[in-house]
Design a protein. Structure first.
Length: 233
């Protein structure tokens, strides 16, 4: 079974990167509302199986099951076992193979295992469904921040985070001017990474560079939007 190998899998300030004005502005500090957003529908992708003379293989199909170091993927010919060693690159970055969902569309680049039928030893594994889901989340986040910024006129403050209390969602923000602000996140505040993906606030560290958006009262900020520009690290 010999075919020409296809090309290798394609890889894939606070509001400035999204073209959102960050003017100084006094609002209520209420949580970011979940505005109606059109969901991006993933394309229907075709199954692919391309095997070269040296056993190099490109496979695309849907996940049937996943474990910490292997996948079962349905593609041409039936169900393929994909072994994923620690040296393999898993995409999107930060994704665990065990987190691949049943029905996710994936791409695999690797070599055919000579001692086990319908088995591929992977070098790259890419969950295209997870990538699309992440893109949808980023689009929703940008739109939600734009919407909440239209509702009032607080201002953005950027600086270094310290005295973090992750459970209470409070911290000290030292602005570039040297001014210290006591910051608390309002209920339902939008927490974001540098790339606009949703942020788990428990991953924030003292010393991170962050940007917050909310009304400033003396040296206190009630933040509706929090963005840690040190994450991803």
């Amino acid at each position: 079974m010999t075919k020409k190998m296809l090309a290798v899998l394609g890889m894939i300030g606070f509001l400035a990167t999204a073209g959102v004005a960050l003017a100084q502005t006094t609002a209520t500090g209420s949580a970011v509302a979940s505005s109606a957003v059109t969901t991006i529908q993933p394309r229907t992708e075709p199954m692919v199986l391309e095997i070269g003379a040296a056993g190099r293989v490109l496979l695309r199909g849907t996940v049937e099951s996943a474990s910490a170091d292997s996948l079962t993927v349905k593609s041409w010919g039936g169900s393929w076992t994909i072994t994923v060693p620690a040296s393999a690159e898993v995409l999107p970055h930060g994704t665990a193979v065990s987190g691949f969902g049943q029905g996710d569309f994936v791409g695999v680049l690797g070599t055919v295992n000579q001692s086990a039928g319908f088995t591929i030893d992977a070098k790259i594994v890419h969950d295209w469904t997870a990538r699309m889901t992440a893109r949808q989340g980023i689009t929703r986040n940008i739109r939600a921040v734009r919407e909440v910024m239209r509702s009032g006129t607080p201002r953005v403050v950027e600086g270094t985070l310290s005295n973090l209390d992750a459970s209470a969602e409070t911290f000290t923000l030292t602005a570039r001017s040297g001014t210290n602000y006591s910051v608390s996140l309002v209920s339902g505040a939008k927490t974001l990474q540098r790339n606009w993906a949703t942020l788990d606030f428990s991953t924030v560290h003292n010393g991170d560079t962050v940007r917050v958006w909310g009304p400033v009262a003396s040296s206190t900020i009630s933040a509706s939007v929090f963005r840690d520009v040190s994450i991803p690290r």
